[in-house]
Design a protein around this ligand. Structure first.
Ligand code: GTP
Length: 516
């Protein structure tokens, strides 16, 4: 009996343990299903090939599909992830390094680039400093005239390429985007538009084919920029050759006139000599005259010779004056041509200058105009110490506008916001399109309190007026971050504070202005 009791006790103990184990397994399974669900949501958007498998995995878990089917789905996902890891970590970086190593710089600069590339190959991301050094090397070659200019302080490179939620940018995308921004190429509006398109692509997750296309666009961008530099150099060389020719012609005229003057002086001396001789002859004739008749003849002879000498001098002088007139006329034509050409060139340069500094879509100043204005106003602030405030604007939920209404309407909204902001600032304030849907404003002479009041007015103006777009109206809001220049600040520090304030405004609910 006692043995029976033992056996029963053990049986119930074992049953209890089994029940406990089953509960533990159930709990663990729930945790695992939850974790797989979350991880698959996180992975969504990484790659278009991966998305259907992740979705099917989530569905399978929800519908309690067989372990076999779940395992098959998981092995597909693992394979794709392996492929993506390879592409993201090495393939893309290799392509970037390959692209850089394809660039041929002048012999004096090539070794420096080679050394940097060797270091780039040996360094793990993030490699911002190395890329900055490479960008500087390329800048030195591309625009020697700007060698002494500092590399622009990219106040918020991360922000500029932060991927939109749900579309994570790869590390390589950010790297390439940052590198492009730091290159001091002659960004014509056309090239800027191309760079912006590329940047928007780089912000999104891309397949291997997309990468190839993006790198090809990148190479094309650099080549076209180099072409622009070459074209401008040729144009300038042509103009200088023309000016040199005209100067040579002017020199020729000056020489011609100098010899004309020398000739005139020579024939004047000749005339004077001839007249003096005739006068002496006349005086002698008068002294020696024996009768009136011979005196008359002799004097007449002298007078006729004097007259002939004068006539000769006069006609030589007239010929000289005619030649001189022709020369002067030629000279005037040459000078007229030169001054017309200089005027055309001046106008073309001014137009090109304007194009280089303006954003073709919104017609506000572009990033280049902004960088220059910031440098200029910072210099004034250092010199005079009058208040200076910087404001950054960003359209709220702009991605939704693009997603729901299309990029063309998105562009019209951008223009509408730019106009609303421009309408509310003074002529001396520098308003520029900093990038994508971001605007930057400099308010010279205003402290943060006054600037905040203006920003509030602008924010309210955008929020209360719909923007007319093709086929209707769209209402958007903007957020703004402001910061005033303080003792010891440099532009990058102020930009960073304004950007932080903008971030706070976004996270504080959007459609608001914050100052820091
Ligand atoms: N139509 C158009 N869209 C642009 C242009 N430049 C940038 N964008 C888009 O602007 C959107 C910015 O989106 P996000 O950075 O996610 O920000 P958001 O949707 O405005 O959201 P919050 O800033 O957080 O309020 C991206 O979808 C870009 O593709 C442009 O020139 N034209």
């Amino acid at each position: 009996m006692a043995g029976d009791q033992d056996w029963k006790g053990k049986y119930f103990d074992a049953l209890g343990e089994l029940e406990q184990l089953e509960k533990d397994w159930k709990a663990r399974e729930e945790v695992l299903v939850f974790a797989v669900n979350r991880l698959s949501l996180l992975g969504q958007g990484l790659d278009t090939r991966l998305d259907p498998h992740l979705e099917s995995l989530r569905l399978g878990l929800r519908r309690n599909q067989t372990t076999e089917r779940l395992r098959a789905e998981l092995s597909c996902i693992a394979e794709l992830l392996d492929e993506l890891r390879h592409l993201g970590k090495s393939g893309l970086d290799d392509e970037l390094v390959h692209l850089l190593s394809m660039m041929r710089l002048p012999p004096a600069r090539q070794p420096a680039l080679d050394t940097l590339l060797v270091r780039l190959r040996q360094t793990q991301p993030p490699r911002g400093q190395l890329l900055e050094a490479i960008a500087m090397e390329l800048n030195q070659v591309l625009l020697p005239a700007t060698r002494e200019l500092p590399v622009p302080q990219l106040a918020a490179p991360q922000a500029a390429v932060t991927p939109p939620p749900g579309e994570p940018a790869t590390h390589g995308g950010r790297t390439l985007s940052t590198l492009l921004e730091r290159l001091r190429l002659p960004w014509t509006p056309e090239l800027e538009a191309l760079r912006e398109t590329l940047r928007v692509h780089l912000e999104q997750a891309m397949s291997a084919e997309d990468w190839q296309a993006a790198l090809a666009t990148c190479a094309e961008l650099v080549n076209r920029a180099l072409g622009t530099i070459g074209g401008e150099r040729d144009e300038l060389r042509g103009f200088l050759e023309q000016v040199t020719e005209r100067l040579a012609a002017l020199e020729h005229y000056v020489d011609g006139n100098r010899s004309t003057l020398a000739d005139a002086r020579g024939s004047g001396d000749q005339l004077q000599g001839a007249m003096a001789a005739e006068m002496r002859g006349m005086r002698d004739s008068i002294g020696n005259a024996r009768d009136l008749e011979s005196l008359k003849r002799s004097v007449l002879g002298h007078v006729e010779r004097i007259d002939a000498a004068l006539q000769a001098f006069k006609s030589a002088e007239e010929a000289r004056l005619d030649a001189f007139g022709v020369r002067i006329e030629g000279l005037a034509t040459q000078l007229g041509d030169l001054s017309r050409e200089a005027g055309t060139l001046r106008r073309e340069l001014a137009e090109r200058d304007q194009r280089l500094r303006s954003d073709p879509l919104t017609e506000l100043g572009n990033r280049r105009a902004w960088d220059e204005a910031l440098e200029r106003e910072f210099g004034r602030w250092v010199a005079h110490g009058k208040p200076l405030t910087l404001a950054l604007w960003d359209i709220d939920w702009f991605k939704r506008v693009n997603d729901q209404l299309g990029h063309a309407i998105g562009d019209q909204v951008l223009v509408g916001v730019a106009r609303a902001l421009a309408a509310g600032v003074r002529a001396g304030d520098c308003l520029a399109r900093y990038g994508g849907e971001e605007f930057a404003l400099l308010l010279p002479g205003l402290g943060v309190e006054e600037a905040l009041a203006i920003a509030e007015r602008l924010r309210a103006a955008v929020a209360t007026h719909s923007i007319a777009v093709s086929g209707g109206e769209v209402g958007v809001t903007v957020s703004c971050g402001l910061s005033e220049f303080r003792q010891g600040d440099d532009p990058a520090a102020v930009f960073k504070r304004a950007d932080d304030a903008l971030y706070a405004a976004k996270h504080g609910g959007r459609n608001r202005c914050f100052a820091q």
